[in-house]
Design a protein around this ligand. Sequence first.
Ligand code: HEC
Length: 108
Amino acid sequence: MKRTLYLVGLVFLAACSTKIVSPTQADVDAMKDTDPSITLADLEAGKATYKNYCNMCHGYYAPSNYSAEDLQKIIPNMVGKVNKKSGSMVVNDQMQQQLMQYVLAVRD
Ligand code: HEC
């Protein structure tokens, strides 16, 4: 029993070691200059898309390693890869936009 708990703990730790930054209200406020209609729910949705689809082929890349300009090119390209690999449009335009807002918000 103890051993099982230990193993469960290890698996849990490993899963958490890939850090996906959670958006905060401060991120929303910082993004309001570029998009006044943005909400925390948009950034949460973007985070969910990132989490669900952006480690299908590689680990999670930290948005902070890329400039906003790079991300504006990379994200549409990668969303295209996600949809192609999935065989359907699992990430639609709105989700792509929220994903873009999320990576731009958490990279600062
Ligand atoms: C179908 C496979 C696939 C999926 C799904 C995928 N990627 Fe990638 N990604 C790649 C490959 C292959 C590369 C390296 C070559 C390249 O840049 O095309 C890459 C590279 C990257 C890079 C580094 C680019 C650079 O220029 O350094 C980033 C950042 C990235 N992916 C983010 C994402 C995000 C965000 C998502 C989710 C929307 C995603 N990827 C989904 C295949 C994928």
